[in-house]
Design a protein around this ligand. Structure first.
Ligand code: NAG
Ligand code: NAG
Ligand code: NAG
Ligand code: NAG
Ligand code: NAG
Ligand code: NAG
Length: 630
C-alpha cells in the first residue's frame, strides 16, 4: 500500500523537469515583457487579504477569482498578524499562510507576494507590530539597528517558508515586492531599502523577480525605487494610463509595464461618505491598461473585514480611523459575493485572454435571522475581576498601552477625587493627549467622551474619594504617512479644573480571553454576585442568545446602539458605530454560527445603549448609512 501510494509522487518528481524543462519566471528587457517558461507573459491579478477572511472561506473566494479569469492573486503578509509578541509566532487557523498558499496552488493561480515588512493596507500600523514601539524613539522603516534587528528576525522566519514556493523552485510565486510605496515615506533611506534587498536575496535567491511599487509621480518614485528592484507604479480608474506609465518609464526604461494597484474602489472612514466607484469606470480603465499591454493587479478584488481590532487609520490632518468593513466596493463583496463590477471586469478580460468556462459561483446564502434581545451583564468597572485579573499598574502619571505591553483594545485609567467637585468642572486633555477615545465616568455616572483631535474637555462633578474613570479605546494605529509611531492610551496628563491629576490605577483589559472562553454566557449574574445597575450609559457589557436552523452569512444591525465592540460565539466581529456611519451593519460569516448549539452574542457598548436592547440580523448589508452622528 505505502509503496504503491508513493509511486505517482516519485514519477512526477523525477519526470517533470526532464519533460518540460525547469520552470522559470524572469523579465525580458528586449521584448518588454515577463517571461514565463521562456514565453512572453502578462498577469491579470487581484488583491485578496487572507487576514480579512475566515480561513473556511478562502477557497470560495479564490475559486471566484479564478473563474473571473484572473491568472494571479496578489497578497500582503501582515507581520503583526503573525508575530504578536517578539519571537512568538502564529501561523494557525485564520493565520495559516501556508494553507492559503496551498489553495492558490491547487486552484492554478499564480501568486505575487508582498511580504512587507511594512504593507500599509489600511491595517493596524501598516502591518508593523506595535511592540516595536517598546523602544520609544524607534526609527520605523529606516536603518535604525533596533528596527532592522526585528525585521531580520521576522524575515528569517517568513522568507524561508516562501522559498520552496517560488516559481523557479516549482511553486507558484512569480514575484516578490520589497517594502511598500516606500517613496511615500519621508525617510527616503536608501540604506534601509538596500538592506531589505540583501535580505530578500539571501533567503529567496538570485533568480526571483523582486520589485517595488510606488505612486505614479516622480516625487514618489524618487525614494521608492532602487537599482536591481523592478520599479512598478499604482493608479486608479481616474488616472491617465499613458501618463502614469510614462512616470514608470522614467525609472524603469525597459521591461513590462505594471500597475501593481489598480483601484476598483476605495476604503471607508468612520463619519465619511461611503466610497463607491462605478463598474463601467473600473472596466473601461482596465481595458485601457490591458490595451497598453501592461500587467495589472486589481486592488482590491476581495476586501473582506477588519475583524477584531485590525483596522488602521490615516492622518491627513486629523486622525481618521478606518471602518470595520473593508468591502472596498470591490468586485467581490465583503461577503465574497460576485457583483456587476466583477461581471464587467470578466467581460473585459475575455477580450484579451480566455476566461474559464462556466458561471462564476453564485453568492453564498444569506439569512435574516431577525431580532435578538440582549440583557445587561454589568458596567465594565464592576467586571474588572474577570476582565483584568492581573494587578493594575499604580503610577503617578499615566502610562501608555505600549508601556503596559497591551497593544490592542481597551485600558481603564482611574484616579480618586481628592476633594468634592460640586460644580461642573472641566476634565481636560492636553492637545493630542487622548489616543484615541476616552469614555469618562465618575462613580459610575457617565459624563461623555474625550476624543483625539476634537473633544478635549468633558465637565464632571463628584465627591471626595470617588473614582474618576477614563476607559481609553485604541481605535487602530496609523498605517500611512509620517506618523506611524502611534502610541495609544493617555499619552498626556489630564487636568481637572486647575489640578493636574496624579496617582493613577491603570487596568489592562483582556475582553477577548474570557469572551472566547464563553463568558458571560457560561455564568449567570447571581453566581457572579454582581448587582446590575440598570443605567443605559457608560461602558457596559450586554449579552444575548439565539438559535438557528440553517447556517449562512448574515449582517448584524445595532439599532440605536452608539459605539462599541461585538462578539458572536467568542469571535470578535469588530467595532460598530452606527451613529457615525457610513457602516451600519457588521458582516457575520456563517462559519462562526451553530445550528446544534445556542449562539451567543456579547456587546461592549461604550456610550449609550437603546431603551430596548435589541439587535437584528439582516440578509443585506448597509454600508452607506448617512452620518446621523454629525
Ligand atoms: C501544503 O501542501 C503541502 C504539499 O501538499 C503539504 O505537505 C502541507 O502539509 C500543506 N500545508 C498546509 C498548511 O496545509
Ligand atoms: C494623457 O496623458 C498623455 C501623456 O501625458 C497626454 O498626451 C494625453 O493628452 C492625456 N490624456 C488625457 C485624456 O488627458
Ligand atoms: C463646563 O463648565 C464650565 C464652567 O466650569 C462652563 O463654562 C462650560 O460651558 C461647560 N461646558 C460644557 C460643555 O458644558
Ligand atoms: C505629566 O506631568 C508631569 C509633571 O509635569 C510630567 O513629568 C510627565 O511627563 C507628564 N506625563 C505625561 C504623560 O505627559
Ligand atoms: C454559548 O454559550 C453556552 C454557555 O456557555 C455554551 O454551552 C455554547 O456552546 C455556546 N455556543 C457556541 C456556539 O459556542
Ligand atoms: C445605499 O445603497 C442602497 C443600495 O444601493 C440604496 O438603495 C440607498 O439609496 C443608498 N442610501 C444612501 C443613503 O445613499
Amino acid at each position: 500500500m505505502a509503496a504503491g501510494a508513493l509511486w505517482p509522487v516519485l514519477v512526477l518528481v523525477s519526470l517533470c523537469p526532464l519533460v518540460w524543462g525547469n520552470p522559470s519566471f524572469t523579465i525580458d528587457y528586449e521584448k518588454d515583457c515577463f517571461l514565463k517558461d521562456g514565453k512572453c507573459f502578462r498577469y491579470i491579478s487581484g488583491s485578496i487579504h487572507y487576514s480579512r477572511i475566515p480561513s473556511s472561506y478562502w477557497k470560495d473566494r479564490l475559486l471566484k477569482m479564478y473563474m473571473t479569469g484572473l491568472n494571479a492573486v496578489q497578497i500582503y503578509v501582515p507581520w503583526n498578524f503573525h508575530e504578536p509578541q517578539p519571537g512568538v509566532y502564529n501561523f494557525r487557523g485564520d493565520h495559516d499562510l501556508e494553507q492559503f498558499l496551498n489553495l492558490t496552488m491547487e486552484l492554478g493561480l499564480l501568486v505575487i507576494m508582498r511580504p512587507g515588512p511594512y504593507i500599509c493596507a489600511e491595517w493596524d500600523m501598516g502591518g508593523l507590530p506595535a511592540w516595536l514601539l517598546n523602544k520609544k524613539d524607534i526609527g520605523l522603516r529606516t536603518s535604525d539597528p533596533d528596527y532592522l534587528k526585528a525585521v531580520d528576525s521576522w524575515l528569517s522566519v517568513l522568507l524561508p517558508k516562501l522559498r520552496p514556493r517560488l516559481y523557479n523552485n516549482g511553486g507558484n510565486i512569480i514575484s516578490v515586492q520589497v517594502e511598500n510605496e516606500y517613496g511615500s515615506f519621508h525617510a527616503c533611506d536608501y540604506g534601509y531599502m538596500r538592506h531589505l534587498h540583501a535580505m530578500f536575496r539571501l533567503y529567496l535567491g538570485d533568480e526571483v523577480v523582486l520589485f517595488t511599487t510606488d505612486g505614479n509621480a516622480d516625487y514618489f518614485l524618487k525614494c521608492g525605487t532602487l537599482q536591481d528592484l523592478y520599479a512598478t507604479v499604482d493608479f486608479g480608474p481616474v488616472d491617465n494610463v499613458t501618463k502614469a506609465f510614462e512616470a514608470m518609464r522614467r525609472y524603469q526604461p525597459r521591461g513590462p509595464l505594471v500597475n501593481s494597484e489598480y483601484y476598483t474602489g476605495w476604503l471607508d472612514y468612520w463619519g465619511d461618505k461611503h466610497a463607491e466607484t462605478p463598474a463601467d469606470r473600473v472596466s473601461q480603465g482596465l481595458q485601457a491598461i490591458l490595451e497598453s499591454g501592461a500587467s495589472v493587479n486589481m486592488y482590491m478584488f476581495e476586501g473582506g473585514s477588519n475583524f477584531g481590532y485590525w483596522n488602521g487609520a490615516d492622518f491627513p490632518k486629523v486622525y481618521k480611523p478606518i471602518t470595520t468593513s473593508y468591502d472596498y466596493d470591490a468586485p467581490l463583496t465583503e461577503a465574497g459575493d460576485p457583483t456587476d463590477k466583477l461581471l464587467a471586469i470578466r467581460s473585459v478580460i475575455s477580450k484579451f485572454q480566455p476566461v474559464p468556462e462556466g458561471p462564476v459561483p453564485p453568492p453564498t446564502r444569506k439569512f435574516a435571522y431577525g431580532l435578538v434581545t440582549l440583557n445587561k451583564v454589568g458596567d465594565l468597572v464592576d467586571l474588572l475581576d474577570i476582565l483584568s485579573p492581573t494587578n493594575p499598574f499604580v503610577t503617578q502619571f499615566p502610562i501608555t498601552f505600549e508601556d503596559a505591553k497591551q497593544y490592542f483594545g481597551f485600558m481603564l485609567y482611574r484616579t480618586r477625587l481628592l476633594g468634592d467637585v460640586p460644580d461642573q468642572t472641566p476634565l481636560a486633555a492636553t492637545v493630542n493627549g487622548i489616543h484615541d477615545r476616552g469614555y469618562v465616568s465618575v462613580n459610575g455616572h457617565f459624563y461623555g467622551v474625550l476624543e483625539r483631535d476634537s473633544l478635549k474637555v468633558v465637565n464632571v462633578t463628584g465627591k471626595e474619594g470617588q473614582w474618576l474613570d477614563v476607559l481609553v479605546e485604541n481605535m487602530g494605529r496609523i498605517n500611512y504617512g509620517n506618523d506611524l509611531n502611534d502610541f495609544k492610551g493617555l499619552i498626556g496628563n489630564l487636568t481637572l479644573g486647575p489640578d493636574l491629576l496624579e496617582n493613577w490605577v491603570i487596568y489592562s483589559l483582556n475582553l477577548d480571553g474570557p469572551i472566547s472562553q464563553g463568558w458571560p454566557h457560561t455564568m449567570d449574574n447571581h453566581i457572579l454576585g454582581i448587582p446590575v445597575i440598570e443605567s443605559r450609559t457608560g461602558p457596559a457589557i450586554y449579552s444575548g442568545t439565539f438559535t438557528i436552523t440553517d447556517i449562512g452569512d448574515t449582517y448584524l444591525k445595532l439599532p440605536k446602539w452608539t459605539k462599541g465592540q461585538v462578539w458572536i460565539n467568542g469571535f470578535n466581529l469588530g467595532r460598530y458605530w452606527p451613529v457615525k456611519g457610513p457602516q451600519v451593519t457588521l458582516y457575520v460569516p456563517g462559519t462562526i454560527l451553530s445550528t446544534s448549539q445556542i449562539n451567543n452574542i456579547t456587546l461592549l457598548e461604550l456610550e449609550t445603549a437603546p431603551e430596548k436592547p435589541l439587535v437584528m440580523f439582516l440578509d443585506k448589508p448597509i454600508l452607506n448609512g448617512t452620518n446621523v452622528g454629525k
